[in-house]
Design a protein around this ligand. Structure first.
Ligand code: HEM
Length: 185
């Protein structure tokens, strides 16, 4: 019986980074959907500031995750997973890494091209990445909206799979990423 083995768990730094990114993305996507629909006014400005700030936070956290993943690695796949499950989970995780980094960079780039400021939680403003070019901004934002919903879809699949392991198969896949205080390995 391998249940309860701590050797298969992610390192603590990987768990922290995972849950910080998860919380940020799950906060910022509903904010994005609301901000483009509420109409002009102070509420919309606040939602835009929050969306951009969480986006920049996700960019920083994802770069840290990438470095951490290269340095600390990841535990071997949970024993007992079917080959298709290993392929599906690696593909989903890899896509989420790539899309989250490109999405955040694309948002910052489009925002710069639009000539809008890029605030970070009211602490400071990030520099603009390029000179104003509204036509280019419109094109990058069109891609940004589509990729945003692709990320939301992948996140939903990722969360559903985690709960399927936790409640359905009752293996240790979820516990590998859960903090020890919440029953993680
Ligand atoms: C991983 C990070 C990000 C995700 C997942 C994300 C997601 C989204 C989504 C789903 C929308 C579409 C909302 C809708 O049309 O209903 C959106 C719009 C937008 N995002 Fe992001 N975003 C990210 C990062 C950023 C960053 C870093 C910035 C700017 C610094 C930014 C600026 C914007 C703006 C200005 C819009 C509105 C575009 C428009 O009016 O068409 N986003 N984002």
């Amino acid at each position: 019986m391998t249940y309860g083995s701590r050797s298969g768990a992610y390192p603590p730094a990987s768990k922290w980074l995972h849950w910080l990114v998860a919380g940020s993305v799950l906060t910022m996507i509903p904010i994005a959907i609301a901000m483009v629909r509420v109409g002009e006014g102070p509420l919309q400005n606040t939602l835009y500031t929050l969306h951009k700030s969480f986006g920049i936070l996700v960019l920083g956290l994802m770069v840290a995750r990438l470095i951490n993943r290269i340095v600390a690695g990841a535990p071997a796949p949970e024993p007992g997973l079917a080959p298709w499950q290993r392929v599906a989970s690696s593909a989903t995780h890899g896509l989420l890494y790539v899309l989250l980094i490109l999405q955040a960079l694309g948002g910052w780039l489009a925002n710069s091209a639009y000539g809008a400021p890029t605030p970070f939680f009211g602490l400071y403003h990030l520099p603009n990445l390029m000179a104003e070019n509204k036509g280019f901004a419109d094109q990058v934002f069109a891609v940004h909206r589509i990729v945003g919903f692709v990320i939301a879809g992948l996140a939903a699949i990722h969360i559903a799979a985690a709960f399927q392991h936790y409640i359905g198969s009752r293996d240790r896949v979820m516990q590998r990423m859960l903090p020890r205080a919440l029953g993680g390995d």
